[in-house]
Design a protein around this ligand. Structure first.
Ligand code: GDP
Length: 346
């Protein structure tokens, strides 16, 4: 995975080179430029390398994020959620085409928490982005492993940061699997697009029940389906319940991603949402909320890891857990004792 110095130099001649900070161990000097410099210079392979470091929990990955973090915050982070099969990948492919026509640099991060074994298949079959593989303005990556710090969600966010630092204008995050992890990741986006298709009743129920947060843009894809109007009516009904006067009016768009229909309108709504949250100051508060929860998320998984290390092989803890199993101590009291025990250990 060594990057050739010639290309690295070429990449570093762009305007986005790092200033003369001390070269840390993390900077991983190879030839004349560091990985961080190449990343910030927009070198595609440096970005790929950075993501691999993050995914494999390599400390160099975390050092790299630390180094480039001040350079982040410029990209639009757009999350796509929705049940499998509704056409998210197709939609992202079509949207990428639209955004490329406006000369925007795009990164796509596809996340599949449910299957760590489909990485190849993900790129080959599921992401309908093959026409973009050769475009230097498009960077596509899928991620299935948990990565560092105990959470796919945290690792994915670090990846979004390096994509941002690499000068991407738009980072499109797609979740392939279903479940809580997908919601967590998408919640960290600046703009959340929910893709549905005629007949995806479960999502309507989830929205109604408040299980799923109201997204910023709703797309009813496969609008060639005869039940499209019914679906749109149902969505409208749910949104009416959650109406926020003076707030952002969630648009419901019809698309036929496979033919690119309605995709220009989607790009436009993403722009409008961005303008709205920028002018209302909600972009800042949303990001502050997301970063706060990211810090807490990382801290929580570290604390858990530390606790597990502290109690591993401890006979008293084992005894305590057995008492819970025998119903002699309830779980909450045992947890209190565990924490007291941990405190004393320190
Ligand atoms: P994802 O699982 O949500 O990412 O869905 P995919 O993008 O993989 O699409 C699932 C299937 O729906 C694929 O076979 C697509 O070709 C098809 N598809 C996508 N958009 C449309 C559309 O607008 N109309 C129809 N009829 N099929 C579509």
């Amino acid at each position: 995975m060594r990057l050739r110095a010639k290309n690295a130099r070429a990449a570093s001649t762009g305007e986005r080179t790092l200033d003369s900070r001390p070269v840390t161990e993390a900077s991983q000097t190879q030839g004349e430029t560091t990985l961080a410099e190449r990343l910030v210079g927009g070198d595609k392979r440096a970005l790929a390398r950075a993501i691999t470091l993050i995914e494999s929990d390599d400390p160099l990955g975390w050092d790299l994020v630390r180094e480039v973090y001040p350079r982040t915050g410029r990209a639009r982070i757009i999350g796509f959620t929705g049940p499998p099969g509704v056409g998210k990948s197709t939609l992202i492919g079509a949207l990428t085409k639209e955004l490329r026509a406006a000369d925007r640099q795009i990164a796509v991060l596809s996340i599949d928490p449910s299957s760590p074994f489909t990485r190849g298949a993900l790129l080959g079959d599921r992401i309908r982005l093959s026409e973009h593989f050769l475009d230097p303005g498009v960077f596509i990556r899928s991620m299935a492993s948990r990565g560092a710090l105990g959470g796919l969600s945290e690792a994915a966010l670090q990846v979004a940061l390096v994509m941002d630092a690499a000068g991407k204008d738009d980072v499109l995050i797609e979740t392939v699997g279903v479940g809580q992890a997908e919601i967590d990741i998408v919640d960290h986006a600046d703009t959340i697009v929910l893709a549905l298709m005629p007949g995806s009743g479960d999502s309507i129920q989830a929205l109604k029940a408040g299980v799923m947060e109201i997204p910023d843009v709703i797309v009813v894809n496969k609008a060639d389906h005869p039940m499209t109007d019914t679906m749109i009516r149902e969505v409208r009904g749910v949104l009416a319940l959650a109406d926020d006067p003076g707030g952002w009016k969630v648009p419901i768009l019809r698309t036929e991603a496979a033919r690119g229909e309605g995709v220009a309108a989607l790009a436009e709504q993403i722009d409008l949402h961005r303008e709205f949250i920028e002018s209302e100051g909600t972009l800042e508060s949303r990001r502050a909320r997301n970063l706060r929860s990211e810090v807490l998320g990382i801290a929580t998984s570290r604390m858990r890891r530390r606790l597990e290390e502290t109690i591993a092989g401890d006979a008293r803890v084992q005894d305590l857990l057995e008492q819970v199993v025998r119903r002699e101590i309830d779980p909450a009291s045992a947890a209190s004792q565990l924490l007291e025990h941990g405190d004393h250990e320190d």
